[in-house]
Design a protein around this ligand. Structure first.
Ligand code: DGI
Ligand code: FE
Ligand code: FE
Length: 191
């Protein structure tokens, strides 16, 4: 397994300060969730650390970067290029950070939209991205944070529901993967 401290030093040189501290927050939170759910802590903290490793690319360069590397671009990503940092993140995690673990790469791939029937690590990273200590804007964060340590599937339902509300309230197009994720997880929700 790659050395966490080496990866952290490398990431620090690539991201701006705010994004780097967000990544450390996701890493620590993912590690705590791994502890709670009996998942490999080392893998969780590496995945959390690197989940946004493609965020150094300016949004207006994301499409050309993806094209350059033959990454397939959906219509939704074409309209909303920020979504591509998930696919680009997989590429950079492999190429620049030497990550080959498919579970880690999958969790980077799906951290932004989610999808139906996610693996434990995919859920841990999706949730850690939302609840890490530096986040403060979302409604009901204290409750969501508590739920994260009670039940991953219920927490997915809650976060996806809140995210859909937030995006539709701002007239933002919903990615079909986000919709599919919600359709899958809504059955676990309490509302
Ligand atoms: O990279 P982060 O800022 O830590 O968080 P993220 O990867 O969850 O989300 C990045 C951006 O993507 C954020 O501005 C919200 C947006 N996003 C996520 N899912 C969807 C979406 N935007 C649209 N329009 N539709 C989605 O389904
Ligand atoms: Fe992200
Ligand atoms: Fe993030």
């Amino acid at each position: 397994m790659s050395d966490f401290n080496d990866l952290r030093t490398q990431l620090k040189n690539s991201l701006d300060k705010k994004r780097f501290y967000h990544s450390l927050g996701v890493s620590d939170t993912a590690c705590a969730l791994a502890m709670r759910y009996g998942y490999d802590m080392d893998k969780a903290r590496i995945a959390g650390l690197l989940h946004d490793c493609a965020r150094f690319i300016p949004v207006d360069k994301m499409i050309s970067k993806a094209q350059k590397h033959d990454i397939p671009i959906s219509k939704e990503e074409m309209a909303n290029p920020i979504l591509l940092h998930a696919k680009l993140g997989v590429l950079y995690a492999k190429r620049d950070y030497g990550i080959n673990d498919e579970e880690i790469l999958g969790s980077i791939r799906w951290h932004t939209t989610g999808k139906a029937d996610m693996s434990i690590l995919e859920k841990i990273i999706y949730i850690a991205d939302y609840i890490e200590p530096g986040r403060d804007k979302q409604p009901g964060l204290a409750e969501v944070r508590k739920l994260a340590f009670e039940d991953l599937d219920k927490c997915m339902a809650r976060i996806l529901g809140d995210t859909l509300n937030y995006l539709s309230g701002r007239d933002r197009a919903i990615d079909s993967m986000t919709n599919e994720a919600y359709k899958f997880y809504e059955k676990y929700g309490s509302k």
